[in-house]
Design a binder for this molecule. Sequence first.
Ligand SMILES: NC(=O)c1ccc[n+]([C@@H]2O[C@H](COP(=O)([O-])OP(=O)(O)OC[C@H]3O[C@@H](n4cnc5c(N)ncnc54)[C@H](OP(=O)(O)O)[C@@H]3O)[C@@H](O)[C@H]2O)c1
Length: 192
Amino acid sequence: MSRGEANAKGRRVTLHVVSSLDGFIAKPDNSVSWLDSPGSVYEAGVSIPEEEAATFVKAIDCYVLGSRTYEHALELGWPYGDTPTIVVTAREWPPASTRKTVEFYSGDLKTLVDVKLAPRYRNIWLVGGAMLCQRFLELGLVDEIRLTIAPVLLGEGLRLFGGSLTEARWNLKNVAAYKNGFVELSYSAPNA
Ligand SMILES: NC(=O)c1ccc[n+]([C@@H]2O[C@H](COP(=O)([O-])OP(=O)(O)OC[C@H]3O[C@@H](n4cnc5c(N)ncnc54)[C@H](OP(=O)(O)O)[C@@H]3O)[C@@H](O)[C@H]2O)c1
């Protein structure tokens, strides 16, 4: 399947996160400067023209995120534009604080993907955090993993994946190394 192409289930779920070299996706204090580009340049790397990046982002039909990632996104400055965004939470949220493009969802995640999202959206991006990604993987709801590795060791923080996943071999589909030293690894699911 190529980028954004739906599978036989009518949808494609891509898990995308940025990890440190030692497997963390957040620092204990939640600061994000480690995600900034380093000064050094990897000469053999590629850089993506802004226009191409914009086209790529436009092809994303919806984002799915856990409530802690949602709270952090609100603090940092909303990165999801006007794209529909589903926040998974069991909490009640005050309507006044909610953006028009945000919907809250509480309940079974398979129902979320196959009943609620698949009829409406094809190219679904699961963008964190660790807890929600773990649940999606456990339930076999991820079709593609796009793991961006930042050229930094953090030493401590929130682990990308916890310990409860079972062994499964994913299929490497692409490797992209960027001038800023970040590397993106793309894998399709064993059953994709
Ligand atoms: N480096 C990266 O690419 C990246 C990407 C995303 C996030 N992050 C970072 O990761 C951190 C957040 O990750 P996290 O693992 O702590 O939290 P998270 O996955 O963002 O959110 C966890 C919350 O999602 C809800 N949730 C998860 N599974 C659920 C289910 N099956 N049913 C109902 N609700 C469910 C619960 O919300 P309620 O408690 O509201 O019920 C839970 O507390 C932040 O620091 C964020 O900045 C990093």
